[in-house]
Design a protein around this ligand. Structure first.
Ligand SMILES: Cc1cc2nc3c(=O)[nH]c(=O)nc-3n(C[C@H](O)[C@H](O)[C@H](O)COP(=O)(O)OP(=O)(O)OC[C@H]3O[C@@H](n4cnc5c(N)ncnc54)[C@H](O)[C@@H]3O)c2cc1C
Length: 495
C-alpha cells in the first residue's frame, strides 16, 4: 500500500472537517486536510459563527461539565432550565415539518452532549449564552429556548482551538488547495485531485471525508436550486463554499438527500458586503425583530414578528425578505426595547435611522411608502391586546388582534421615542440540500450502497434541515457527524 501517502484526506477545514481530522487522527490515521482558502481565511462558515451550540443538558450540573469556569454570580443568577432529548426532537420535528431524517436526527441529538465533552477535551471552551439567549428579568437570567451553551469567543476561537489541536496531533493542512475531483480505484474512493500552487496534483489516500460545505456562495447554483432572486442574496459567511464537494460526489453517483430548494437565511444589514467579513463575523445580522415590527417597501408588515423566539423563526424570515419588493425591509423599535437589542445593533457599519416621531422617521426609511407606513403604525398601535405583561423570556401572549397579520407575542405598542429603524435584506447562511449518508457517515450511492472509502459531514450532508432550523444546530451537527466520519474513515483505511 506504499502508493497511499495518507490514510485519510479531509476536504475542508471548518468545524466538521477539523472534528473529522481529529477523530481519525486519535485512532492513529495519517491525516491531511485540504483547504481552498488561504490560511488567514480558513475555516469556512464555522469561522463566522457566533458559537451558539444546541446541546442536550439537564440543568446546571451538565453545563458545569462543559463550562467548569462558570463563576459564582452565573451559578446564582441564572435559571438554566433544561434541554432534554425530547425537547430537541420536538424542535427538529416541528421546525422541519417532520421531514428531518429520523436516523440522522437521533444520532445528532443522542450524541450531542458526549460530543460537546469530546470537543472540550480537544481544547474547545464553552460559555453561557447570556444576553443572546437569556434576558435578565427581576434580577435573574432565564434561558428561554434551551440554547444555554455557546462556544467561547465564537467561531474565531473555535477554529483557533481545533486547528491548534490538529497541528499538535500531527494533522497536516494544505492551504489554497481546492479539491476538484475524487479519484477512484479498487478500494472505491482512493484520493483527491487538487489544484496546488498552480498545478494539478493527485493526492492518494485510503479514505476521503468531504466536509467542504454547501453551495451558498455560488450564485449560479443558488438560482438553479433555490429559485429566482436567490442569486441576489448576500452571503453571510465564507466565499469558498461553492458546491464543489457536492459536484465531485454527484459525478461519482452519490445520492442526494434533504431540501435542495431550501436554505437558511436571515435578516442581514442592507449594506453589508456581498460575502462575510471575518472582522464583523455574524454581526450584520439583525435578530431582535420579535420586539418591534418589520415593514416592506409598501410600508406594510408582511410577517408575524412575534410568532416565536427568534431562534425558531430567524432562519426562515430571511427568505421572506427576499420575496418583498426590492428585497429589503426595515425593522422598527421604540425606546422600551432598545436595551434588549443585541450588540449587533450597535456596530459601526450599520444602516440605521432614528427620529423623535414616526412622521419624521417615515421619509428617512429609504424606499418605503411613507404614508402607508404611518397607517401601518397607527393600526398596529390601535389593535386590541390582552392585559398581560411584556416578558422577553417567555412567549408572553401579548398579541394583537384584528390586523391582516397579527403579532403573536411581545406586541407592545410603539410609543416611546426616539424610534430606531434598521434596514435589512436577505443574507444566506447555508443550503439545506446535500449528500445522503448512512448512520456511519458513509456517502451512499443512488442504489443506497455506501461508496467505498467516502464519508461526509457538516453542511454538505442533507436530510437534517427542511424549511427552517433551530439556531445552534449547525455546529453541533458538524461536530457529531465530523467525529463519526473521521472514525469511519480511519476504520476504512485499516481495512
Ligand atoms: C454568519 C454565520 C453565523 C453562524 N452562526 C452559527 C451559530 O452560532 N451556531 C451554529 O451552530 N451555526 C452557525 N452558523 C452555521 C454554521 O456556520 C455551519 O452550520 C457550520 O459551521 C458548518 O460547518 P462545516 O464544517 O460543514 O462547513 P464550513 O465551516 O463552511 O467549512 C467548509 C470548509 O470547506 C472548505 N472548502 C470548500 N470547498 C472546498 C474545496 N473544493 N476544496 C477544499 N476546501 C473546500 C471551506 O473553505 C471551509 O474550510 C453560522 C453561519 C454563518 C455564516
Amino acid at each position: 500500500m506504499a502508493e497511499f501517502e495518507q490514510d485519510v484526506i479531509v476536504v475542508g477545514a471548518g468545524n466538521a472537517a477539523t472534528c473529522a481530522a481529529l477523530s481519525a487522527r486519535e485512532n492513529g490515521a495519517r491525516v491531511l486536510m485540504l483547504e481552498v482558502a488561504p490560511e488567514d481565511q480558513r475555516g469556512g462558515n464555522s469561522a463566522f459563527t457566533g458559537g451558539a451550540f444546541r446541546i442536550v443538558y439537564h440543568g446546571g450540573e451538565d453545563l458545569a461539565r462543559l463550562i467548569p469556569d462558570m463563576n459564582e454570580t452565573e451559578l446564582r443568577d441564572v435559571d438554566f432550565g433544561t434541554y432534554s432529548e425530547d425537547q430537541y426532537f420536538d424542535d427538529m420535528g416541528r421546525l422541519t415539518q417532520y421531514r428531518c431524517d429520523p436516523d440522522l436526527t437521533e444520532i445528532l441529538i443522542r450524541s450531542s452532549f458526549d460530543t460537546g465533552l469530546w470537543m472540550r477535551q480537544n481544547g474547545v471552551r464553552f460559555q453561557l449564552g447570556l444576553g443572546r439567549q437569556a434576558f435578565r428579568v427581576e434580577g435573574r437570567f432565564k434561558f428561554w429556548g434551551g440554547l444555554a451553551c455557546h462556544i467561547w469567543g465564537g467561531g474565531k476561537e473555535l477554529m483557533k482551538a481545533l486547528h491548534a489541536r490538529a497541528a499538535r496531533a500531527g494533522v497536516q493542512v494544505l492551504y489554497e488547495t481546492p479539491a476538484i475531483a475524487l479519484l477512484t480505484g479498487d478500494r472505491g474512493v482512493e484520493g483527491v485531485r487538487v489544484r496546488h500552487q498552480g498545478r494539478l496534483r493527485e493526492l492518494r489516500a485510503k479514505a476521503v471525508v468531504l466536509a467542504c460545505g454547501g453551495f451558498e456562495a455560488n450564485a449560479e447554483m443558488r438560482a438553479r436550486y433555490l429559485g429566482p432572486n436567490w442569486d441576489l442574496a448576500k452571503v453571510r459567511g465564507s466565499r469558498f463554499n461553492t458546491g464543489q464537494g457536492l459536484k465531485m460526489a454527484l459525478d461519482l453517483g452519490a445520492a442526494v438527500h434533504g431540501h435542495w430548494s431550501g436554505a437558511h437565511s436571515v435578516a442581514w444589514d442592507l449594506n453589508a458586503p456581498p460575502f462575510g467579513d471575518l472582522e464583523v463575523g455574524d454581526r450584520f445580522q439583525k435578530h431582535n425583530y420579535p420586539f418591534g415590527i418589520v415593514v416592506n417597501a409598501r410600508g406594510e408588515r408582511f410577517l408575524d414578528e412575534g410568532l416565536d423566539f427568534h431562534s425558531y423563526t430567524y432562519a426562515q424570515y430571511g427568505g421572506e425578505i427576499l420575496k418583498q419588493p426590492g428585497m429589503f425591509a426595515w425593522q422598527i423599535f421604540d425606546q422600551k426595547v432598545v436595551h434588549l437589542l443585541r450588540e449587533e445593533y450597535r456596530i459601526p457599519r450599520i444602516t440605521k435611522q432614528q427620529a423623535d416621531s414616526f412622521e419624521s422617521l417615515a421619509p428617512r426609511l429609504e424606499g418605503v411608502d411613507a404614508g402607508r407606513f404611518l397607517e401601518t403604525i397607527r393600526a398596529f398601535n390601535a389593535a386590541p391586546r390582552p392585559q398581560v405583561p411584556f416578558n422577553p423570556n417567555i412567549r408572553d401572549g401579548l398579541c394583537t388582534s384584528g390586523l391582516a397579520i397579527d403579532k403573536t407575542n411581545w406586541a407592545q405598542r410603539l410609543d416611546q421615542p426616539p424610534y430606531q429603524a434598521f434596514a435589512v435584506t436577505t443574507g444566506i447562511t447555508f443550503t439545506f440540500g446535500g449528500l445522503k449518508i448512512s448512520n456511519a457517515a458513509e456517502v451512499e450511492d443512488t442504489a443506497g450502497r455506501p461508496i467505498g472509502g467516502l464519508f461526509a459531514a457538516g453542511e454538505i450532508v442533507g436530510g437534517l434541515f427542511y424549511h427552517n432550523y433551530a439556531s445552534g444546530t449547525g455546529l453541533m451537527a458538524g461536530a457529531v457527524f465530523g467525529r463519526l466520519a473521521g472514525r469511519g474513515a480511519d476504520a476504512a483505511a485499516r481495512r
